[in-house]
Design a protein around this ligand. Structure first.
Ligand code: MG
Length: 384
C-alpha cells in the first residue's frame, strides 16, 4: 500500500489523482491533501478518502475549512502549511500538483523527510532542478514524473543506462496555432488560445501549450530529471498527442510510449512504480486512429523553444526568470492587456535584462523569480 500526500488536490491533476486512488483502493491510499483555497472541494475529498491531514494555504479559506473538518483530521493552515503537513505526516510519496512556486518548499521537504517525490508542477524542476535532484540523491529517494511526456520517457528508459541514450524527444501537440502564420498569431484572441485541440487543462497551461512555453518548460524539466544536457533534449510536433514522448538510443533504436490522452495513465504509473498494474483505463485503438503524424517545430513562430534552450543551457536563476516572466505575460494576455506574440517578446526582454546567478541557493531562486515578475510588470506598464 502506497501512502500518498497530494498537494493541489482540487486542480485538474489533483482530481485525476483522486480518480486513480478511487480505482486502486488496494494499492494507493491518500493520507494528506493540500489546496491553496478550494475549501469545499478539499473537505469533500477529505471525507471521501478519510485522510489524516489537510493543508489550506489561503488563511481566509482555511478559516472556513477548519470548522467542517472531519474529527481527528490534523489541520495545517497558512503558507507554511503544505511543507509542515509533508514533514509531519507519515507517507511514502508526495505528489506535488500545486500551481506556481508554492510547491517548491514542500517538494524539498518531502525528499528531506524520506518520501519519494512525484512531480506534476513544472516550476519545481525548472526553478530548482539542481537542488531537488541533489536532495533526492542525498536521501536516496526517487523523483517520479507525472507530466505525460516525462512519464513516457521514464517508462522508455526502464532498464537503460544513461550512456546508452542518444537523445530524448518530447512530443508537442503544437497547440491550436500550429499552422498559423506570424501575421495570424498577432490577432489571436484569448478564446481561440484557450481551445486546446487534444488535452483539457487549466487556463495557464492551455495558453502555455498555445505559445509552446509549456514545451519549453518541459525541456528544462527533462534536462534535470534525466540528467541530460539541453542539446540532447529535442521536441517534435505530434498533433494527435498519442505518442507521449520517445527515447533514441545510441544504436539508433527509438522507443516510444503511447496511450489515449488521459492523465490517469502517467499518474498511475508514477504511483505504482516500479510495478505496472491493471487499470480500467480505455485501451488505445491504433487501427481506429489510422495515422500518427510528426513535424519539426518552427522556432521562428514559436520562440519559446529557443528561449527555453537558452535558459536551460545557462542554468542558475535564468530558467526561473524564463518561467516567472512568462507567468506574468500569460496573465496579462488572459486579461486582454497584451497581444499573443507579446508573451514571448516580454519574456525575451526580461531574460536579456537578467544578471544570471550560476549557483543559486533557494533564496536567490525565489528572489530572481520575484525580480522577473516585477520586471515583467514594469514592461507591461510601458506597453499599455
Ligand atoms: Mg505535458
Amino acid at each position: 500500500m502506497k501512502r500518498v500526500i497530494l498537494l493541489g488536490s482540487s486542480g485538474s491533476i489533483g482530481e485525476s489523482t483522486c480518480k486513480v486512488a478511487r480505482a486502486l483502493p488496494e494499492t494507493m491510499k491518500l493520507v494528506g491533501l493540500g489546496v491553496a483555497k478550494s475549501g469545499e472541494r478539499v473537505l469533500a475529498q477529505a471525507r471521501e478518502f478519510g485522510v489524516k491531514a489537510v493543508a489550506v494555504s489561503d488563511l481566509g479559506a482555511a478559516e472556513k475549512v477548519k470548522k467542517d473538518l472531519p474529527q481527528g483530521t490534523k489541520f495545517y493552515p497558512g503558507a507554511e502549511g503544505l511543507s509542515r503537513m509533508v514533514e509531519e505526516t507519515e507517507a511514502d510519496m508526495v505528489l506535488v500538483a500545486v500551481v506556481g512556486t508554492a510547491g517548491l518548499a514542500p517538494a524539498l521537504a518531502a525528499l528531506r523527510t524520506g518520501k519519494h517525490l512525484a512531480v506534476a508542477s513544472k516550476e519545481i524542476l525548472v526553478l530548482a532542478g539542481s537542488a531537488v535532484m541533489g536532495e533526492a540523491k542525498k536521501n536516496q529517494r526517487q523523483v517520479l514524473p507525472v507530466d505525460s511526456e516525462h512519464n513516457a520517457i521514464f517508462q522508455c528508459l526502464q532498464g537503460a543506462k544513461s550512456q546508452e541514450v542518444r537523445k530524448i524527444i518530447l512530443t508537442a501537440s503544437g497547440g491550436p496555432f500550429r499552422k498559423s502564420s506570424v501575421e495570424e498569431l498577432k490577432k489571436v484572441t484569448v478564446a481561440q488560445a484557450l481551445k486546446h485541440p487534444t488535452w483539457s487543462m487549466g487556463k495557464k497551461i492551455t495558453i502555455d501549450s498555445a505559445t509552446m512555453f509549456n514545451k519549453g518548460l518541459e525541456m528544462i524539466e527533462a534536462h534535470w530529471l534525466f540528467g541530460l544536457p539541453m542539446s540532447q533534449v529535442e521536441v517534435v510536433v505530434h498533433p494527435q498527442s498519442l505518442v507521449h514522448s520517445l527515447v533514441e538510443f545510441v544504436d539508433g533504436s527509438v522507443l516510444a510510449q503511447l496511450s489515449v490522452t488521459d492523465m490517469c495513465f502517467p499518474i498511475q504509473y508514477a504511483v505504482t512504480y516500479p510495478q505496472r498494474l491493471p487499470s480500467g483505463l480505455p485501451p488505445l485503438d491504433l487501427a481506429k486512429i489510422g495515422s500518427l503524424t510528426f513535424e519539426t517545430p518552427d522556432e521562428k513562430r514559436f520562440p519559446a523553444l529557443r528561449l527555453a534552450r537558452e535558459a536551460g543551457e545557462a542554468g542558475g536563476t535564468l530558467p526561473g526568470v524564463f518561467n516567472a516572466a512568462n507567468e506574468v505575460a500569460v496573465e496579462a494576455f488572459l486579461e486582454e492587456k497584451i497581444s499573443f506574440p507579446r508573451i514571448w517578446e516580454m519574456v525575451e526582454k526580461v531574460m536579456a535584462a537578467h544578471a544570471n546567478e550560476k549557483k543559486p541557493e533557494l533564496a536567490a531562486i525565489i528572489a530572481a523569480d520575484q525580480w522577473a515578475r516585477a520586471q515583467a510588470k514594469t514592461a507591461l506598464q510601458v506597453a499599455v
